[in-house]
Design a protein around this ligand. Sequence first.
Ligand SMILES: Nc1ncnc2c1ncn2[C@@H]1O[C@H](COP(=O)(O)OP(=O)(O)O)[C@@H](O)[C@H]1O
Ligand SMILES: [Mg+2]
Length: 761
Amino acid sequence: MHKEEMAPAKDFKNAIKRLFHELKPFHILISISFILAIVGSILSIMSPSKLTRLTDTITDGIIIRKDNLTELTNTISNKFTSESMSELIPKVLSPKLDNETISKVMMSKDISSEAKKTFNETLTSISTTHNYSDLTKLDEKILKLILPDTTYEGVTVSTSDKIALLNISEGNINLTYNLQKIFLPDVTIANTLVTSTEQYKFVSAMNSLGKDASSTDLYHAIDDMPDSIKSLVNPIMDMDKIKSIVIFLVILYLCSALFSFLEALIMTHVSNKFAYSLRDKISKKIHVLPLKYFDLHAVGDTLSRVTNDVDTIAQSMNQSLSTLVSSVTLLLGTIIMMFVTNPILAITAIVSSVLGFMGMIAVLSKSQKYFVARQTELGNLNGHIEEIYSGLNVVKAYNAKEEADKTFDMYNERVQECNEKSQFLSGLMMPMMSFIGNFGYVAVCIVGALLTMNGSITFGVIIAFITYVRLFTSPLSQIAQAATSMQSTAAASERVFEFLDEEEMPLEENKRHLELKNVKGNITFKDVTFTYDGNPKPTITNFQAEAKSGQKIAIVGPTGSGKTTIVNLLMKFYDIDSGDILIDGISTKDLTRDNIHSLFTMVLQDTWLFEGTIKENIIYNREGISDEEVYNVCKKIGLDHFIRTLPDGYDTVVSENDSVSQGQRQLLTIARSMLSHTPFLILDEATSNVDTRTEELVQSAMDKLTEGKTSFIIAHRLSTIRNADLILVMKDGKIIETGNHDELMNKNGFYAKLYNSQFEL
Ligand SMILES: Nc1ncnc2c1ncn2[C@@H]1O[C@H](COP(=O)(O)OP(=O)(O)O)[C@@H](O)[C@H]1O
Ligand SMILES: [Mg+2]
């Protein structure tokens, strides 16, 4: 495991930038989805103002019609202003205070001298103040004389009417019928005729209510009013208006839902298609990565990038992108609408929400590192699992279970920890946001109530603002959540793009092409030197060899001497540092890898079988091979009998972890190779797991098969390569002896020692 490779420096901005760049093929679809999101948001922003109208219309339908009530009250109270009264009262009273009447009073025997005295005093005060109210103090008999029945504008005003008029005060507004006619002439309000009597009833009822009357008292009072007034002030539900607003709202909500649905549909498609293309790219990338990449990276880490990270991108992108757009639109739109509706309430709602939101951002900024860590630790855990389970019996055999468990526990714990922290922090978001939302409601309700009380807004505006607070805080929390998602997306996409950006094998352009049928089969190693990345010294130094067409070349040497490395170089799995390898005189540098691979058949010590039948595994990736050929090959290497004992014979399904022995696996891969008709054959310890007798069987079968082919055999048991045309003896990456078996034995050098030692065992 190479942990230092897995904790990359995280650059959120660039990762997102890169993501958008990679999303280029989807830009049109994404734009459509963005537009849908924006339109959907605008529709939702429109609804509260409609709600205000709906609420206000409904409120109008359940409370008395203030405007008519006010008009009525105003009309009546206008008639009672002190100016109109002071003008009207003398005219209605029209007191007779001429000398004749005065002397009549003075002369009257029925009137006491006391009363006459008062009369005299009153006369004096009236002449200066013109305040007739003092007349009430006078004796009734005097009043009869000075306030005789008169007519005012056609209405007869009797003495008693006049006395009643004199008695009118704030606490007493008893009007006689005639006075009602004069002071409250019929009026028409909102096309309704309100007669004097009706007006008088209204005034008396309102007066008796007093100042502290509740609205319930008002409603009761109105219930007892004459019909004309009831029809004026009783509430009317404007059903037509309500209907049209409701229909509009329903359409609004339906459209909004439809747009969200479409937008979700598009984004789901885009994100999954994008994930598909990423997986596709990764899969293609694996084929163009040099082998050295896999020397340096754990398989589990790469696996994690293909599966976990791509999945994370698909999911989180789906959740975050359009949400972000619609939320931002919603947020801005709501702010504008709030300010248009009522700036004071707008500021109340925004300040209370933003205060809470700032706290959340503080939490959020802390959480990012846990999201990055989570992906990294998941990669580590996967790498470890891959490592342990691919070699489970070795782990067990060495009693390393405990050690492996300990490591596993450590990674597992770290994943848990990072998961817990990141999930806890993102889980905290919801309750925090609902708290902020509720806080906003309360603030809006309090300030709204105050504003309603002083009449600057209607009740419907509070309703609208409660919706605005919801519209305002939900995008805030959505933006916060989308931001968390974006962080996962950024972390995951950074890892994926990092993989996609890995240096590839150089492009093979303007290369020559060797036709299979034209190949003669000569191979020359010219002074080849090669060093594995990260190794301090070369694994192969100045390797010189020549294989002629049809020759059987054996490479022998102790483990680690570089035999497999020579094969790797021949197959161009790695590029050599210096020197050259020539096929028919053409440098492998001038040939494509695919071209070279098509010329070789390779059997390795590591066997590879795929999930499929035995026959399919033998035929692997080739066409036009008959069953007969398959049976023949298997017979030649002694595999036929074993296969026929299997339950389904050649159609038995095998897979990587089946109960086929290692040796039998090797034989299957040898059978596979024997059906290949390429000019070159490489066997790298291909028979290391089969018994000596079978090995000899395989070798003789091979020898027949490889007639005319150039073959490279790497074998442990030197007895099997005794007939090789050329034996290259390697030690520490160098050829130390060459020759055929007899020559080398005669030399009595390293080879002879090696050969003899195998018989001493
Ligand atoms: N992928 C690799 N990365 C780094 N070093 C390697 C790699 N493969 C082999 N080596 C080193 O190169 C040397 C030769 O290995 P190899 O050619 O496999 O030996 P063998 O003769 O047993 O086949 C060994 O010392 C080994 O440590
Ligand atoms: Mg080897």
